[in-house]
Ligand binder design. Structure first.
Ligand code: PEP
Ligand code: MN
Length: 348
């Protein structure tokens, strides 16, 4: 942190600021020019800069390092790779997670898992505890839903990700899933994310609906500070003045995160767009922008889905998207799963 004193700050004021900073546990390096004194402060990340700005004689306080340490690329220049069994997230390969918004029936989970596996997904997604805007909407099948998802994932050799909404659900999600998903509404649920810092499985942390990138990385810091290094960030669109799409998909968050952090970032174009006819475009853009993976809603019968049907892709749309991603990924030095058996019926 750098403290710039006012032009006419008195010696008494400068000494008082230095004394206060030292009292707060910081090292202070003073440099006095012809008109101003500037104080270089080391160890200031725990201090609110506003507290220093209020001191007599202070003109401006500038932060020069990020308030998050473990999530920052400054202290960890190499990209982090999160291992989910043998699946590497954050390496050369773009990892695709796909499946229904929620687990509805055994048949639906099995059919959706078969479809996403056939197209090249490595991880099955699906919710059993659903954070719905309305209390009257389908809330998920709870443990029964997790069982259906696990059966489907195992039957098709897929890893499984599912959302944990509350600290009381951690044990259950841990029992059935390979990755904990923290939803947009819970990015700042500090009791939940602090507890996930003690979990032994990776956490996919979605960006909050109105969270800045700094707030998002500070939430990641909670998990990392608890000792869990396996954090995957997920951009899923933010709330803006625009209403043409469900959310505004912030594609720039991908290169910004790549610059600021070593953590892998995946993109969720389904919640970003909110409609299936725009998901592929955003997915292609996210891979081109450098996303380490995608999480996409795919349903065997989306028009009858119990949640997020409008944004869920048909299996053949998803298969076509995967084929397109196989052209885009190598163009930017990445690879993507080559397992695709069927190349049929791309009519939709
Ligand atoms: C979901 O993935 O189905 C979901 C509820 O996502 P988000 O938290 O991004 O709204
Ligand atoms: Mn959804």
């Amino acid at each position: 942190m750098v403290v710039v004193m006012r032009e006419r700050a008195t010696e008494v004021q400068v000494d008082a600021v230095i004394a206060r900073l030292i009292e707060l546990g910081m090292d202070v390096h003073r440099s006095s020019g012809a008109t101003r004194t500037v104080l270089g402060v080391v160890g200031a990340h725990k201090v609110e800069k506003e507290l220093i700005e209020l001191l007599d004689g202070v003109h401006e306080v500038l932060r020069i390092t990020e308030p998050y340490k473990r999530a920052s690329r400054t202290f960890h220049p190499e990209d982090s790779v999160v291992m989910v069994g043998d699946v590497r997230i954050g390496g050369d390969e773009v990892i695709v997670m796909a499946g229904p918004c929620s687990a509805e029936t055994e048949e639906q989970c099995q059919a959706s898992a078969a479809a996403v596996k056939r197209a090249g997904a490595k991880v099955l997604r699906g919710g059993a505890f659903k954070p719905r805007s309305s209390p009257y909407s389908f809330q998920g099948h709870g443990e029964k839903g997790l069982q259906m998802l696990r059966h489907a994932a195992d039957a098709h050799n897929l890893k499984l990700i599912s959302e944990v909404m509350d600290i009381s659900q951690i044990g259950l999600i841990d029992k059935y899933c390979d990755i904990f998903q923290v939803g947009a509404r819970n990015m700042q649920n500090y009791t939940l994310i602090r507890e996930l810092g003690h979990a032994r499985k990776p956490v996919l942390l979605k960006r909050g609906i109105s969270a800045t990138i700094e707030e998002w990385l500070l939430s990641a810091e909670y998990i990392l500070a608890g000792g869990n290094n396996d954090v995957i960030l997920c951009e899923r669109g933010i709330r803006t003045f625009e209403t043409a799409t469900r959310n505004t998909f912030d594609i720039s968050a991908i290169p910004v995160i790549k610059k600021l952090s070593h953590l892998p970032i995946v993109a969720d174009p389904s919640h970003g767009a909110g409609r299936r006819d725009m998901v592929a475009q955003l997915a292609r853009a996210a891979v081109a922008a450098g996303a380490d993976g995608l999480i996409i809603e795919v349903h065997n019968d989306p028009d009858h889905a119990l949640s997020d049907g409008a944004q869920s892709m048909f299996p053949d749309q998803f298969e076509r998207l995967m084929a397109e991603l196989r052209i885009i990924a190598p163009a930017i030095g990445r690879s993507i799963c080559l397992e695709s058996s069927a190349r049929r019926g791309w009519a939709r």
